[in-house]
Ligand binder design. Structure first.
Ligand code: ZN
Length: 218
């Protein structure tokens, strides 16, 4: 109603109106997309083996995002998403994959967090001050929580299981994306979104495996 009032009062240029309408349209479309995706996700989740078929995290994300889009376009033909995958679609898919990984590795902790109960005394995650965010992803607490300029990923990175087969794939993809960054830089870039234990040694191992870096050093 407020937007409508401004439009009719003549304060907006035609360009701005069009831009706002596009944004509103996209946000409604995105809402429908997310609803469709989440209802589909509830059927995907039990198929944990799904993630084992892929060695590449980005490939798995894109395949899942295409699956979500397919389901959304079938369910909401009047709101079809055409063209290339959007950043928002990839984030929805990526978040679901992170949830899947966490459920495979930290099922006990997730169960306790959902019930608002303390973690078991033998849990390896006790010192991390973990919590579940709105979408059910385990995030790590920390000293950066009071910095209002940081986004949620920087303040509270998503917890990655260090032994899951997709974790090295994420590290490798970051290593290549950031021009074969060395272990220290790579770890700090990864920590802006993810947290995993034994960070530096795992990142070092992955850097050491990189053939491009090995060739450049020899
Ligand atoms: Zn490299």
């Amino acid at each position: 109603m407020i937007c409508g009032g401004l439009v009719h009062s003549g304060f907006m240029t035609n360009t701005f109106q069009t831009s706002l309408q596009m944004k509103l349209h996209l946000s409604i479309k995105m809402k429908v997309y997310i609803n469709d995706s989440l209802s589909f996700a509830s059927q995907v989740k039990p198929i944990a083996e799904f993630s084992t078929k892929f060695s590449s995290f980005s490939k798995l994300t894109r395949v899942l995002a295409h699956c979500f889009r397919f389901v959304h376009n079938i369910r909401s033909p009047s709101n079809k998403c055409p063209g290339h995958l959007t950043a928002a679609e990839l984030v929805v898919a990526e978040n679901l994959i992170i949830q899947l990984l966490q459920e495979q590795e930290f099922s006990v902790e997730i169960h306790m967090l959902r019930k608002n109960k303390p973690l078991p005394n033998n849990s390896k995650l006790l010192s991390l001050n973990i919590f579940l965010d709105k979408s059910g992803i385990i995030r790590v607490g920390g000293r950066l929580s009071k910095h209002s300029t940081l986004n949620i990923n920087q303040k509270h990175p998503m917890l990655l299981p260090k032994d899951h087969h997709l974790t090295p794939s994420i590290i490798k993809e970051y290593h290549v994306r950031y021009l074969h960054a060395g272990p220290q830089l790579l770890l700090s870039l990864l920590r802006q979104k993810f947290w995993f234990s034994h960070g530096l040694s795992i990142v070092r191992q992955e850097c050491h495996k990189c053939l491009t870096c090995r060739r450049a050093k020899s």
